[in-house]
Design a protein around this ligand. Sequence first.
Ligand code: PLP
Ligand code: TYF
Length: 398
Amino acid sequence: MFEHLQPLPQDPILSMLADYRADTHPHKLDLGIGVYKDEQGNTPIMQAVKEAEHRLLTTEQSKSYTAPAGTAEYNQLASALVFGADHPALRDQRIVSAQTPGGCGALRMGAEFLHGCSQESRVWVSLPTWANHVPLLAGAGLEIAEYPYYDYATKGIQFEAMLQALEQARAGDFILLHGCCHNPSGADLNREQWRAVADLMARKGLIPFVDMAYQGLGNGLDQDAFGVRLLAERFPEMLVATSCSKNFGLYRERTGTLFIVAANRAEAQTAGSQLFSKIRSHYSMPPAHGAAIVETILADAGLTASWECELAAMRERIQGLRQQLVTAITASDIDGDFAFIQQQFGMFSFLGITPQQVEQLRHDYSIYMINSSRMNVAGLNQGSMDYFVSALTEVLSA
Ligand code: PLP
Ligand code: TYF
């Protein structure tokens, strides 16, 4: 039977990482996959994570099963991090949450839950969006619709076109929004725009689904959650998917959370029963280790302070690299205004060069980025900045 199968393409982001690892160029530069890197090009284990693991090694008593939602302690601490400890929706017990295998698990289980709620509703995603969004959402049976978002000409958000497209959504449609640090563009809604999108969605009876995979890497933990917290106050029903991959550096431990906000406590409990049933039929329950680390950190004031401090340093390093890159490009022979890179958030920006130029950077200089020209700014460092800008100068003047 298997002889009839056709090979499928690999995830282009993950397969580029394999190409990069096999490359022997001494100055090779990985600006592809979205993982945070330090000045030495490493993706280190955060100190608070290491300390939490030490504590777990001596205190953990059992590896027995947990539950489809993970542990209550994790879910409570994760809710406070995302919504703020005294958010009215939490106080009113309108939020049910489940620890998931990464943000991907949260997105997929959210999509499974939504498909169970309504087979007619579509899910609207930004153009462009993270390449994994479509398989994660469509794989659960949801029909995908798209709204314009990033304007490649102005390097900002096509806000009017976005609103116009969302006017075409039907009541009950789901709207996927990036909570912060839009992947792949780095272009985020400002507060006024969040309010305007919220007004439109409320008027039309649309249901927000926020993906927040980078809380703390844009402007700050609370600042980055502005949109999520605003929507949770204004909407009777919404979903939020978060990830601990980037802000705790727990990538391979697969730790994330899905939150369902319902109109009241009773409906939240019923929605939870539906979600847990979906989880049971997919993977039964989430992996525990990453969540135990997050729980240990967030339950301890000292570890939380250490984690926040290291996260702030990561965020500031990315902001500093954005500034240095703009300064270096401005001082080079490259034409054009690249100041937009400084105005964007998180790890990604589109450089705005052609796929051929991206290919030339890879072929001639072993500089790797996604074909769309999405670059991971955190992949740069003091040592590679000049190499990168001179390679770019060569490629753009060819
Ligand atoms: N959402 C976005 C926009 C992402 O970029 C990512 C990946 O990094 C995720 C969700 C989920 O990541 P993970 O499943 O590794 O937590
Ligand atoms: O966009 C990125 O680079 C990150 C990492 O299948 C990632 O979100 C990429 C592909 C993938 C899982 C994670």
